[in-house]
Design a protein around this ligand. Structure first.
Ligand SMILES: [Zn+2]
Length: 529
């Protein structure tokens, strides 16, 4: 750089100190990279959240212990105001403590299965004949009732396989593990008129009329039929390849309203179905010990912060959900989101850079049950655009990671285009790590993950899109979601880029631009209850 240009730049800085602060600080960004690449704590954090405290089902003692560990750890890094913030879950905690499943006749072998959450124990080992019932496709309630009634003689005293075996075709062309740079760049290009066609949020496409009954309604009616007719245990088909199992929950959260229920891997379900189809009786043996924790009715978000200086009442938040499903240790969904955000804030604390705004980490509970923890927090602290609390006015953005181990590729912020421009500038120095930009959304529809709890209220939630790696194909909600599935290089890149963006939002002269009262999109209409 020439001396005269240097002088001109220096003069410009003197004349406009406020504007100069809006630019990302190259020196800080270099130090952020160096801190993460030489002293990362991220795999240690993940080890504790998964191996030691996983699974972390909402309401369970392990989720609370994970939150306590996270708070203690962030305090050891120098964060302040660490605490567990209670919210009303309203259901007991539930933990599967012991489970075994075997075929005992006509062959002896173990079976691979997972227990459905909030279902009851078997009260000791049970051995019973297996039978299989078939459900009609897209039934009305009356059609389902008559189909079930015609199979009533297969239920009493039996272990009942519900539904015919699902044929899972081989995957010839596996989905790509990374998104192409060009495609991601186009998605976040502010000058691309088609930018909106990429990414998530295309809900409601390519489907015909809705079925007469939802899957939940069908399950409830089948459960009532099985309980009323004396079934001993319910078995569902996992219907996925290579032993993958996804086990969700009894939606009533009341074990008294369900049978002991498991999801059996597709390969075992197929084997039993085929032997039964030969006309050969099959005997199965199950032993399930589940425990209910009444104190789980109060659940928690784990919070800690780095206090700001002259603008400390303004808050930049970052987080992810700490709760997981119960059939694995919840590494990619979503210990990783928590670990990345804890790490991004740790980097800033370790560099001893003083943010002007307060930086607050929040690890939510109850996401898998419907974004419950983040919704409770937003309601308690901020209210909504229509009914704001005092903290609503001083909220300066919430970053959220919840799409697996893949590196972050772009950001979507609820707010005006100017908000996306600020984020685009903050992320621009990290294109070499895969960050391709930011776009703005006007949608206040909640769903999918916790950033939308902020959007719904009219606050700037910032959702981060990521490379898929194996999230949709292998780990999301499955029994394979463990520490081994974390890609260290990817999560470090995410932590670096997020630390830089959080620093930028916490130090720039003005808050992240937000919709004014007049510009605020209307909240989504709620269907009548
Ligand atoms: Zn998740």
């Amino acid at each position: 750089m020439k001396r005269t240009m240097c002088f001109a730049l220096f003069a410009a800085l003197l004349l406009a100190p406020a504007a100069a602060q809006e630019k990302p600080n190259a020196d800080i960004n270099a130090k952020i990279r160096q801190e993460e690449n030489s002293r990362s704590q991220i795999m240690r954090t993940l080890h504790f959240l998964t191996d030691v405290y996983g699974p972390r089902l909402t309401g369970s003692p392990s989720l609370k212990a994970a939150g306590e560990w996270a708070v203690k750890t962030m305090e050891s890094w120098g964060f302040t105001n660490g605490h567990l913030e209670p919210w009303d879950f309203g259901h007991p905690g539930w933990v599967n403590e012991h489970f075994s499943a075997h075929i005992v006749s006509p062959v002896k072998d173990q079976l691979t299965a997972e227990v459905i959450a909030w279902t009851p124990s078997t009260n000791g080992t049970i051995v019973a004949q297996a039978s299989q019932i078939v459900l009609p496709e897209r039934p009305t309630s009356a059609e389902l009732a008559s189909a079930l009634a015609s199979q009533r003689d297969r239920v009493n005293g039996r272990i009942v396989l519900v539904g015919k075996h699902t044929f899972v075709p081989v995957t010839i062309t596996p989905p790509a593990k990374r998104r192409a740079d060009d495609q991601v760049r186009a998605q976040y290009d502010p000058n691309n008129p088609n930018a909106g066609q990429f990414g998530r949020g295309g809900r409601g496409q390519n489907q015909g009329p809705p079925p007469p009954m939802t899957a939940n309604d069908i399950n409830r009616q089948v459960d009532e039929f099985l309980v009323a007719n004396g079934a001993r245990l319910r078995v569902n088909d996992a219907a996925r390849e290579h032993g993958q199992i996804i086990a969700f929950s009894n939606r009533t959260y009341d074990p008294a309203k369900a049978l002991p229920t498991v999801v059996l891997r597709n390969e075992d379900y197929g084997r039993i179905s085929r032997i039964l189809a030969d006309g050969t009786p099959v005997e199965l043996e199950f032993d399930i010990v589940n425990k209910v924790y009444p104190e789980g009715a109060t659940a928690y978000n784990a919070i800690a912060e780095i206090p700001g200086s002259d603008k400390k009442d303004e808050v930049v938040m970052l987080g992810g959900h700490l709760d997981s499903w119960h059939s694995a240790t919840g590494a990619t969904d979503n210990a990783i989101g928590c670990a990345v955000m804890m790490e991004a804030a740790r980097i800033l604390k370790a560099l001893n850079v003083q943010p002007r705004r307060t930086i607050r980490v929040a690890l939510w509970g109850g996401e898998e049950q419907g974004l419950l923890g983040s919704k409770a927090y937003v309601k308690e602290h901020f209210g909504t655009a229509e009914s704001p609390k005092p903290e609503f006015a001083t909220f300066a953005g919430y970053f959220n990671v919840d799409s697996g181990t893949g590196r972050i590729r772009g950001a979507s912020v609820f707010g005006p285009d100017a908000a996306a421009a600020v984020l685009r500038e903050a992320f621009a120095p990290f294109e070499d790590l895969g960050m391709m930009g930011a776009s703005a959304t006007r949608s206040r529809r909640s769903g999918g993950t916790d950033s939308t709890s902020f959007n719904e209220a009219g606050l700037p939630g910032i959702g981060l899109s990521q490379d898929p790696i194996e999230y949709g194909s292998y780990t999301w909600h499955t029994n394979l979601d463990t520490y081994e599935r974390i890609v260290l290089d990817d999560v470090q890149k995410s932590a670096i880029a997020i630390a830089a963006a959080v620093y930028q939002l916490a130090t720039r002269e003005t808050m992240l631009p937000r919709f004014s009262k007049e510009e605020m999109p209307a909240p989504p209409l709620r269907p009548p209850q």
